[in-house]
Design a binder for this molecule. Sequence first.
Ligand code: ATP
Ligand code: MG
Ligand code: FE
Length: 345
Amino acid sequence: PLVLGIETSCDETGIGIVRGHTLLADALASSVEQHARFGGVVPEVASRAHLEALVPTMQRALDEAKVTLADIDAIAVTSGPGLAGALLVGVAAAKGYAVAADKPLYGVNHLAAHVAVDTLEHGPLPEPAIAMLVSGGHSSLLLVDDLTNGVKPLGATIDDAAGEAFDKVARLLGLGFPGGPIIDRTAGNGSASIAFPRGLTAAKDLAAHRFDFSFSGLKTAVARWVEARQRDGEPVPIADVSASFQEAVCDVLTAKAIDACLTHGVRTLVIGGGVAANSRLRVLAEERAAKHGIEVRVPRPQLCTDNGAMVAALGSRLVAAGVAPSRLDLPADSAMPLTSVSVAG
Ligand code: ATP
Ligand code: MG
Ligand code: FE
């Protein structure tokens, strides 16, 4: 099927078009620069930017795929989770296009879409798989038996998301926003020589939180370490701090993801979400998984952060699986749970 996907859950207006597992177009407009001076995404600014970007982005996607709206078999849109006003722009637009062109409409889960996007790069996902979803708002380990039917959460962060930790640490180092890509680059010039804490990995924590994460203690440890240097009048080795922080995050993420695979007898680990773009995470996951014969699937960095292709990819899976479309009054659900992959028809 030819499926068009619309993504507006945060600060990226994305429209993607896929045929089956093949990516035909991935048009993106971002309001990230408008948020940079606030150090985080400002919801009202994001909503307005989506409104302005939507129609031109749609045109670019159709042009890129060399199709018209009439050729599309189904439209998928992020129903949630995300910023309420931002979601509403995408959902309203999707309803408009669906009615105007008389197409079935699928309201989909943004987080499941972060997992589904990998199929565009590596083909059908071998199931069961373990999915590690690491993004700006979420950090979860999921058991995926059938992505179109639901996922089973094994664990999640008990405080900050991994991407949030990258953003907060970048901010305290004065590096700018969003912090993930900047820390990734900065870390390349440093060495992971500082021993920062690995949250929820001590024996006593593993009993209750084996597949959970905690990054707020790590962020505080970095802040204390930097403050102590400054108090002593010593320069802060930004690259080493970045590399050491990044290593702490990637160490815990990969160790727990592989533990989840081994515990559940699963041989495929798929990683999605913005933090999956991290260069160290990709290398470490690959290295550790290889020792256990586990295959790691991570889409190219551009498909890890928010985009429309991921929504189209999940829509395409839903259509192929014969899942019923959503109703035309489908909601923008800012708190859509990870357990619902699409809005039931
Ligand atoms: P969610 O998907 O939970 O709703 P979101 O959509 O805001 O949140 P994504 O776009 O998936 O999140 O990811 C953005 C996050 O990924 C930001 O926190 C950003 O710092 C982080 N990120 C992006 N690139 C990298 C990188 N190379 N290394 C580490 N983190 C990164
Ligand atoms: Mg973004
Ligand atoms: Fe996201």
